[in-house]
Design a protein. Sequence first.
Length: 68
Amino acid sequence: MNCYECAQSGRASAAVAICRLCGAAVCTEHVHSEPMQVREPAQPGKVIHDQSARRLTCPLCRAAEESV
């Protein structure tokens, strides 16, 4: 699969990730990775654990989120 952003500019480069929001395939040049915490839902008698994770987005979705 090729990067959607590169294909728009007439280039072909291998995709390494899928945008979490729109599903576009993106290459290492266009992917944005940021850390996030995943929290288990609270349940009576259960200890809540936060898990480290990562969130991958394309340039368009990242720009949209930053403008809000």
